[in-house]
Design a protein around this ligand. Structure first.
Ligand code: AMP
Length: 174
């Protein structure tokens, strides 16, 4: 298991990206380091290894990079949540607020079965809107969010408060 310090060392801060005032957490140096990438995937999956998880749900696009290997690591299926209009089959749809305006995300209606226990993965928990929308999609499918795991949680944005009642596992806190 890789130490958290070794993951932190591979995250690059980019000021004022994509807009002024945002300190963007760039995870591409971490992804580019095999040891750190493997450690991040194992670290995200770790608390859920001993329990029943039936599927991993992750959010386009950086959520996929971590969610897909976590699903394979746990030996369960992967279900993508995408921006509106990208998925080809029948979907559930959720609209949620962003800092400016709103966004719509979708998940295939047959992606999850009722009663399944789901792990939701994303790269960064900021305001919590994205994870809350993913949780709503899981609920629409009649499945249960067993937990959520993120590589980075921006504590000062208090995103957890947008997703009350969920177990959230964060590898790195800022
Ligand atoms: P939120 O819905 O506010 O929790 O935002 C989470 C989503 O926005 C994640 O999927 C991240 O990819 C992205 N995000 C938000 N803030 C940052 C940040 N400071 N650095 C990198 N990604 C971010």
């Amino acid at each position: 298991m890789v130490a958290v310090e070794n993951l932190i060392a591979k995250i690059r801060d980019i000021p004022d990206f994509p807009t002024e005032g945002v300190l963007f957490k760039d995870i591409t140096p971490l992804l580019g380091d095999g040891h750190a990438f493997q450690g991040a995937v194992e670290g995200l999956a770790e608390p859920f290894r001993g329990e029943r998880i039936d599927a991993v749900v992750a959010i386009e696009a950086r959520g996929y990079i971590l969610g897909a290997p976590v699903a394979a690591h746990l030996g369960v299926g992967f279900v993508p949540v995408r921006k509106v209009g990208k998925l080809p089959y029948h979907t559930f749809r959720v609209e949620y607020s962003l800092e400016y305006g709103s966004a719509i995300v979708e998940m295939h209606r047959d992606g999850l079965q009722p009663g399944q226990r789901v792990l939701v993965i994303d790269d960064v928990l900021a305001t919590g809107g994205t994870l809350a929308a993913a949780a709503q999609l899981v609920k629409h499918a009649g499945a249960t969010v067993a937990g959520m795991a993120v590589l980075i949680e921006l504590d000062f944005l208090r995103g957890r408060e947008a997703i009350p009642g969920h177990r959230i596992h964060s590898l790195i806190h800022y």
